[in-house]
Unconditional design. Sequence first.
Lengths: 258, 354, 233
Amino acid sequence: MRAPIRAIAAVCAALVLGGLRPVMAEPVRVFAAASLRTALDVVAADWTAAGNPSVSLTYAGSAALARQIIEGAPADVFLTASPEWMDAVEAAGLLVPGTRRDLLGNTLVLIGQGAEGPAVTLDPSLDLAALLGDGRLAMGMVDSVPAGVYGREALSALGLWDEAEPRVAQAADVRAALALVAAGEVPYGIAYLSDARAAREAGEAVHVAATFPPGTYGPVTYPVALVRDTAGARAFLDTLASPGAAAVFAAQGFLMRP
Amino acid sequence: MTLRVDIAHAYPGLALEVAFDAPPGVTALFGPSGAGKTTVAHAVAGLLRPDRGLVRLGDTVLTDTARRLHVPPHRRRIGCVFQDARLFPHRTVRGNLAYGQRRADAAAFDRIVALLDLAPLLPRGIAGLSGGEAARVAIGRALLSDPRLLVMDEPLASLDASRRMEILPCLERLRDEAGTPILYVSHAVDEVARLATTLVMIDRGRVRRAGPAEALFADPALMPLFGPRGGALIAGTVAGHHPDGLTEVRAAGGTLWLPALAAAPGAAIRLRIPAQDVILARTRPEGLSALNVLAATVTGVLADDAGVTVALAAGGPTILARITARSAAALALTPGTACFAILKSVALAQGGPD
Amino acid sequence: MSAPFLSPAEWQAVALSLRVATVATLASLPLGLAVAWVLARRRFPGHALLNGLVHLPLILPPVVTGYLLLLTFGRRGAVGEWLDGFGIVFAFRWTGAALAAAVMAFPLMVRAIRLSLEAVDPRLEQAAGTLGASPVRVFLTVTLPLILPGILAGAILAFAKAMGEFGATITFVASIPGETQTLPSAIYALLQVPGAEGRVARLVWIAVGLSMVALILSEALSRAVTRRVRGRR
């Protein structure tokens, strides 16, 4: 039975060795919130194409990323949707001083089922029960996912939270909440404008039914900071604030913070 | 109630084709290992569908391949005792015994328990039972399912000699008192000699002979099939017990002396005379230690590769003697010759058939 | 006034987890037994396919399984819509959480039961048949008692897996306090909040404690049953 064992060993070796890519110029390692994927991929690709080092992008939930950085994961740049988690990394003394800034903002919207749908007026007079029928309102987790937290804030400001709370279905993240709306399992959900645009671009059957009035929540902030001070990281950080990047982000529905 | 078996079945290495009738009593399927006896037993029990054939018990057809009829085992009312006792580990002895009872019948339960001497075992689990005890429980369990026929497939094969001796009397009682016909598969001559009413000799998938046990045991032509333990069966009556440890038995050919028997005076018993232990003499011998000397007349002489079998009439029943060819020639034994048979050992095949 | 060990919402999550795991285990036992029996005792075209299907939840990412459940049993799902007519609803209800837990735990249960079925001496069942027991009676009075330790092991494994099930549950029925926010969901939610490590630790201790109790109970039960089934002296 030696031949099969040798074959298995060969496959294992290939997998391990194949994973070791030759390191030429050090890539810039960016940890970013998952909701930034579509836009950030474009910005990073453009930057590398312009002759800069490659960018290694890691997308995950803000909490997971922050914990990993705290535990020593190799990140150069941290771009998150949650100021609280940026605070936590800062409190651990892991940020390069003076590099933290608020990069992006976002708009909170009410998403409806189907590619088209009636507009909804979001004000205290809204009959949420009638709107939802016997369905539920999909949101990210209202205690932790930023879009969920802001969603609850906005509904509270509009005096609709008490009515909404028992009808909420909390999904693991905003993308999951959008998936529920797209699948028709819930009639409405709350997400960021950027998420809605990304979903529509991907062909999912959702539409923006209403935009939450500014002032009822937020402001939504995406802080960015350097975790390691390298030339490449600083250069990338500057690019993120450049007009070229701003255009990409804006097209995806993000707001630029000055 | 007669069992009729007429089946054919092919295995790799064995093509079985047997037909026989089993009248009431114990019908022994006798033959060497691999002869096909277990196949026949399984076909009768319904555990095997033969390629072709018929199994009928009394008026009930159990298997008829021509009509694609095969009654499943659980509807046949045929009790089986296997070589491995197959007792249910999650039940006590009592639980095992009662498993097959259709209705709770305390009288039948007590009767079988008494017959097989199972009373002290009842509350016990099966893990600690000896081979002999397990075999008795298995027999009792099969009996309590009220079968019309009992199929026993080498039930004593995994027991040592003393255990076997322990159980054979139970089986004899079964034959005589329980009233259920029994199909008994075995390759052990002494078991068959003691128990069989009818003998069906199977060899390499074919029936060599079938008929009453006493007749077949006395047939010199069948001696090679019985091997060294073969010998004639004769019936006798216990005349009495003597204080010096001998029992006197009256048989048709004369009086026989055996070491003390457990039978009561007047009891009918069956004796087996191992042919190898019969010495022949032309004149009545004097001063021998052997007690049993019978006057006999030669009725047949049959030679084979291993020696010579001499059939003798000793006042009625046939006795077989196994001697060397040289002795046969020296004694000039031919049918009709008068001689004497000295029985060196008389084995007891106790409790003859009615 | 000291803070309570767990908040009411957290106790609710614990209670819900116990309920969901218990229902999931009990409800899938009959089907698990049936499938294990078919896989152990019958050969038929499609045997390998059935075996593969049963093991799918072990191989697929839990989120994928959850999504498949959503498509099938959600309000708009193929089966879910039909069941809605009978008043059986899984979407966003604890019944859905139980379904997700049951599906994820099913392969473990089937494996354990199948193994114990394959260990039963078929000659015992044969003997029972010759004693007049119909195939159903043989199963109930001989096979079932003998495989009881295996069934117990399968049930305990399934219960433990159901208690810890997260990915499929949250994808299928989201996290709704009181309905579908099970213990793992509550732990996950707390992990998303900076500084909640203390509360996470308390919940984790509860989860570990429950698992240990289940394990110890199952060992004791299993030993008792095995003793009975192996045959006393």
